[in-house]
Design a protein around this ligand. Structure first.
Ligand code: PMP
Length: 329
């Protein structure tokens, strides 16, 4: 994987090689950070790169930070501007993925969340598929349970909790599956290792409620809205039993990375026909048009990198109090 050319780091865009931290960094030692993953979609007809719902991703990013007591000097709008500036500098003319991170940057020993200073970084890379088989993934029910909200906030994207996701993902892949389905501590379906879960049961589209210890996914929210507006379907948010996997008509993962990926087998049993079904096919079609800016109704979710946004400026350097200098806004 080629490294990025630039990073947004310490309040400004720098060469990627300058975005470095010391080994004592708190976030690296204790997982005291939060992050976001945002996709950019290249629209060939318009010659434009559209970033999908950046401000919504950054709002969750800031909320996740708040759960760790972080006060960041940047708002969702300023983070979006920094991201768009970075993507222009990278000159991407293809699909890409941006990773933002806010972490406690102090080089100090002592596990805590207070009296620490957060730093923000953003980098971006060209990016295609996350799961090789988006039209027919084979999933396994993980032996690892989803982190509980009373252990590490489950609704937020907290760095440390991704050990939980990594354990589930590697266990699944080493056993020959594409993805894991992770149950929560109650034994109900939570989500994938890094994606939310939907199924079709008796004709109804069902997804677990946020309170079942799932991440508050932006794609999940998008998909619920698209089902209602475009496919005349109200998604039912309810607790899902493990055994429903074996009798569901369809199942699929949704997430920024995974996009919408059909699960066609679970632990060697076919889900429904064992092939991608009509509901997953329909929502995928709508979703891919929306994210590429091809549905005018949803253009408000798609931030153009080169077009109208080209005149927007990235935040400038911070002043002494760590605020972004007004001239750079
Ligand atoms: N759950 C987990 C654990 C994730 O890491 C992700 C990816 N961010 C998702 C769900 C999907 O969230 P989103 O749609 O916001 O990318």
């Amino acid at each position: 994987m080629a490294l990025p050319k630039f990073a947004f780091f310490r309040g400004r865009r720098v060469p990627y090689s300058e975005a470095r931290v010391g080994v004592l960094t708190h976030g690296l030692n204790y997982g005291t950070g939060v992050f976001s993953g945002i996709r950019g979609y290249w629209n060939d007809a318009e010659g434009e790169l559209f970033v999908f719902r950046p401000e919504d991703h950054f709002r969750r990013f800031l909320e996740s930070g708040k759960m760790l007591g972080m006060e960041l000097p940047l708002g969702a709008k300023e983070l979006t501007d920094a991201l768009l500036d970075l993507l222009r500098a990278e000159e991407f003319h293809e699909d890409c993925y941006a990773r933002s991170l806010a972490f406690y940057a102090d080089e100090t020993v002592g596990v805590r969340l207070h009296d620490l200073t957060p730093e923000v970084s953003i980098v971006a890379l060209p990016y295609g598929r996350y799961i090789d088989n988006e039209e027919g993934a084979h999933a396994t029910v993980s032996s690892w349970r989803r982190v509980d909200d009373n252990a590490i906030p489950a609704r937020g994207k907290i760095v440390g909790s991704y050990v939980n996701s990594a354990l589930a993902k590697s266990e699944a892949m080493r056993a020959g599956f594409d993805e894991a389905i992770v149950l929560n501590a109650d034994g109900h379906i939570a989500e994938g290792s890094a994606a939310n879960f939907f199924m079709v049961r008796n004709g109804a589209v069902v997804t677990p409620p946020i309170t079942d210890n799932i991440l508050e996914g932006i794609t999940r929210r998008t998909v619920i809205e698209l089902f209602a507006n475009e496919l005349d379907t109200t998604v039912v948010e309810r607790t899902i039993d493990r055994s429903e996997l074996y009798v569901a008509e369809e199942a699929f993962f949704v997430g920024t990375g995974v996009q919408i990926a059909a699960i066609t087998r679970v632990d060697h049993s076919p889900i429904g026909t064992g092939r991608i079904g009509p509901v997953a096919t329909a929502i995928r079609e709508v979703y891919f048009e929306v994210v590429r800016g091809q549905r005018p109704k949803y253009r408000r979710w798609c931030a153009p990198v080169y077009g109208a946004a080209a005149v927007r400026k990235a935040p400038g350097p911070r002043d002494k109090r760590g605020r972004i200098a007004a001239a750079g806004r």
